[in-house]
Design a protein around this ligand. Structure first.
Ligand code: PLP
Ligand code: MG
Ligand code: MG
Length: 613
């Protein structure tokens, strides 16, 4: 890999003169940073760690820059007034003893050009772009294999031309030596020799490849016109292109969703603007709907109905749309079971709350008694599969059997279990299931969905709608008939969800749950070693989120602990139980074992800081 760069910065920049306060061209500033410093930052980012600058005019400015960047070494060309770029380069021959990237000092360029040269399999490559019409172009003539034939500012001197010199090249040490030998014979008669001329001279003997890039964003700045174009057109364009490609900072989210996503999921959101009524987008939604269904059932008998909204939207859609005048039993053994009761209450629906202690498996014998003894007809039963409040995993297979026995339709809030804990809607007798894009699916927030049995969905048309947006039958029917959601969908979130589904398929739900479980075992073991305990016995635990009992220690304070972790790129979560002080750590999302160990190391440090350990 190339680690060295050479910047030719000796010139007077006389065409800019006063415009640049008589400084070398590299010290032109855009957005309060000089273009030479922009270039240096790009070189460092591309892995270059040694930068030689051939200086001349006002060399002290470059010397000052070298104090800020220890990677820079300046080599002064004392004859800069009467010599050209080749002499400045020649001056470096005792210092540069390896392959290098050669750059001019007056360039603004997209870092992609550097990366192409650095990774190019040929050793001598010059970067070329389409014609810029900048009026100071160095035109390049190549043969059919894109080998250099000739270069000139005068196009008349050349054969057919379709590209121009950018001013960034990769040269091998061998070629550099050849250039120096070649130049020596000319210096006396032509001290103003430029390096382009020498490259052409040696190209006759050895191949020099010209790498043409289409749509490459760059410019050089020689005069006032160039400067205006640089500021108004090229700089903003380079900036936005580089931002799009820049890797995003990775945060470790140990809250129970939105979970940490992969970069590929995040990047999938950047798509050309598209109207969601396009057929092409309809295919995206069809894929999503079918594949979401296939994670828990077969797509012949079940359908996934999508909504723009959070997980609660899907739950509210089910509860408000599928229950007629009869009663629904809602199992409440956590905050999300309680929330379903609140929804039923808002709609004035008939419901029976089956309260059961937080963090313990629900008593199914008692539940059956409630069903048997109810004076009202029980048409539905609703349960939260994974109570995110505590980490309790409710036994939906057994509850599903009870529902089957009493001919009750079964509703499951699988918001925080779906795509991790395996679910089989048919065998578990589940009629309606709700979930969301941003938890174990590892997508971004904004899509919630209901997966339901088709015959049930067809039947609910007889129930009078209690709301408009969340009416499940209308949403289902519209999707079946039009392949679209009734209202504007979250377009970019759906693109991310498509990518997240593909990544879930590639990993496989069982394997994903294995990965999460391994993280959980490490988490719980270390927390125990610290002397901390958690709610819910292992046999009833989801292994996805853990409610940890707060340390009894004077200096402990959740908010301080939260800030300590947040400052280190890790997000933890407060508890959600009124009667017991807990905080929560989730182990879902694109989280690795290293991330979990990092959290635990910080946790150990925090507990030491507060003298708990
Ligand atoms: N149900 C359960 C089990 C949850 O864990 C959550 C959120 O954490 C919800 C429902 C509500 O989801 P949302 O916040 O996306 O509306
Ligand atoms: Mg020029
Ligand atoms: Mg120039």
């Amino acid at each position: 890999m190339i680690k060295t760069a050479v910047i030719l910065g000796a010139g007077l920049g006389s065409r800019l003169g006063e415009l640049n306060k008589n400084k070398p061209k590299g010290f032109l500033e855009i957005d309060q940073i000089s273009i030479i410093e922009m270039s240096i930052n790009k070189l460092l980012q591309a892995g270059i760690d040694k930068i030689f600058i051939g200086t001349g005019y006002q060399s002290q400015l470059y010397e000052q820059l070298a104090l800020k960047y220890p990677q820079i070494k300046c080599i002064y060309n004392e004859n800069y007034k009467i010599t050209g770029s080749m002499c400045t380069l020649y001056n470096l021959r005792d210092y540069v003893l390896e392959d290098f990237i050669l750059l001019e000092s007056d360039l603004l360029y997209d870092i992609a050009g550097l990366q192409i040269l650095i990774h190019h399999n040929m050793t001598d490559v010059i970067l070329a772009s389409e014609l810029s019409s900048s009026r100071d172009e160095v035109f390049i003539e190549t043969d059919l294999n894109n080998s250099l034939i000739n270069m000139s500012k005068n196009i008349e001197k050349l054969g057919p031309v379709d590209c121009e010199l950018v001013g960034i090249s990769k040269l091998s040490y061998e070629t550099f030596k050849d250039m120096c030998d070649y130049a020596e014979t000319f210096f006396e008669s032509n001290p103003g020799l430029d390096y382009e001329y020498v490259l052409v001279g040696i190209a006759k003997e050895k191949g020099i490849h010209v790498n043409k890039i289409k749509d490459y964003t760059w410019c050089e700045i020689d005069d006032e016109k160039h400067l205006h174009r640089a500021i108004n057109e090229i700089y903003p364009k380079i900036k936005s292109q580089e931002i799009i490609r820049k890797p995003l900072k990775r945060n470790i989210l140990l809250n129970p969703g939105p979970a940490t996503t992969t970069d590929s999921v995040k990047n999938a959101q950047v798509v050309p603007d598209i109207c969601p009524r396009e057929k092409e987008f309809g295919h995206v939604m069809q894929f999503i709907s079918t594949e979401l269904t296939c994670f828990v059932g077969n797509a012949e008998n079940f359908t996934a109905v999508l909504f723009g909204g959070s997980g609660t939207a899907a739950i509210e859609s089910i509860l408000s749309s599928v229950i007629g005048q009869d009663y629904v039993i809602i199992i409440n053994n956590g905050a999300y079971g309680k929330r379903m009761c609140e929804i039923a209450q808002v709609y004035g629906m008939n419901y029976i709350e089956f309260e059961s202690p937080f963090g313990e498996a629900a008593d199914l014998i008692k539940l059956e008694e409630v069903i048997q003894q109810s004076p009202f007809k029980i048409s539905h039963l609703a349960i939260v599969h994974h109570e995110t409040t505590t980490g309790l995993l409710n036994d939906i297979a057994s509850v599903g059997s009870l529902c089957q026995k009493y001919n009750i339709d079964f509703i499951v809030d699988a918001v925080s279990s779906y795509a991790a804990v395996p679910i089989d809607m048919f065998n578990m007798n589940i009629d309606y299931l709700a979930s969301t894009s941003n938890k174990n699916l590892q997508g971004t927030a904004g899509v919630s969905f209901v997966i339901a049995r088709n015959d049930k969905l067809e039947n609910i048309k007889h129930i009078k709608a209690r709301n408009f947006y969340l009416d499940l039958y209308s949403q289902y029917k519209y999707f079946i008939e039009n392949g679209q959601t009734r209202f504007t969908p979250p377009v970019q979130t759906l693109y991310a969800l498509k990518q997240a589904i593909i990544e879930t398929q590639n990993e496989g739900i069982n394997k994903r749950y294995d990965r999460y479980s391994r993280l959980w075992h490490v988490l719980v073991r270390r927390l125990n070693e610290f002397g901390l305990t958690h709610l819910v016995k292992e046999e009833n635990h989801s292994k996805l989120i853990t409610a940890v009992i707060e340390p009894e220690c004077k200096l402990y304070n959740f908010n301080n602990m939260y800030d300590y972790f947040y400052g280190n790129g890790i997000t933890i979560y407060p508890g959600k139980i009124n009667t017991l002080n807990t905080f929560r750590i989730a182990n879902i999302g694109d989280i690795t074992m290293e991330n979990m160990v990092l959290y635990l190391d910080f946790m150990e440090q925090y507990l030491k800081n507060i003298s708990f350990l």
